[in-house]
Design a protein around this ligand. Sequence first.
Ligand code: GLY
Length: 359
Amino acid sequence: MPMKTLRVDLKERGYDILIAAGLLDRAGEELKKVCPGADRVFVVTDDHVQPLYYNRVKASMKRVGLQYSVHVLPAGERAKSAAHLADLWEAMMEFGLTRTDAVVALGGGVVGDLAGFAAATVLRGVDYVQIPTTLLAQVDSSVGGKVAIDLAAGKNLAGAFWQPKLVLMDPETLNTLSDAVFSDGMGEVIKYGCIANKGLFNFLLAHPSRREVMEHIEYILTLCCDLKREVVVEDERDTGRRMLLNFGHTLGHAYELAGNYETWTHGQAVAAGMVAAARIGVNMGVTPAKGVVEFLTRLCEAFGLPTTIDCAMADYAAAIGRDKKGSGEDISFILLDTLGAAHAHKMSREALLKEIEAL
Ligand code: GLY
């Protein structure tokens, strides 16, 4: 089986991203290589993914003599809570997890974030492996070590940087995603094209459907993960270049908040946030007036993503006020220099709100 390997070169915290069809059946073997001291593996998944893929992971662990236990969360964002985290910790202790054992996150971004945070904190930190099964998790959240839970005050507000020992992605798991969940991940794929790779953007314009993307999925995953790992290696703790990954996210957070995290998925909110941010860039004289907004809109529409979302100024203000990218009074707002290049523009929250009002 041809396998693509990308190294996230963070020295002693470095790890590989493996991409290959059918890799789920080798999960146990690959895990043994990166966590040689682990006897026990605590798998976290959800009730949507478990019936689809857990048996294959389980069989592969059994073949290499690992002991395992599985913890099944209810599918959906609500599982990323302090209550579920506490349940996970207790279940890990009941299983007899030790500091040399390992945790596996098998699922989408919610499972990866919650299981990763549990791994970061239980017994003061144990190894974990990401096995992302959604497009969003494969191109974004499984790589880079950001793990978190949501608080009443907002998403991802309690968390850690805790790098996995391995990210193992099997693109065949994307075949079982609904169109809506697939599109959700396409929001982030389009984002990579916008901020760092015009070639990817143009490739998507030339292959504007799920079917065509899936025909080239290993190429697309490899491009996205290559960009993500490069940014993470340069700026692991998100104080510089990694902020570029937040293109479309500042306004996207406002849309998610306005819809109470139910009306809009993350990818939908990011898509509309990217179009709005591109228009703000044009109004500020940073983004070229011709082409960028039009092509971005065309691409989002092709993948069924919204390009505008209604949002009250109060929701914008709330989301921007809480934005973790701010330092002091200023916010780092990501603007496009052109398709394929972006920079973080420091501006006051008031100035950004004025730009939003002028849209
Ligand atoms: N998802 C943005 C980041 O990992 O920095």
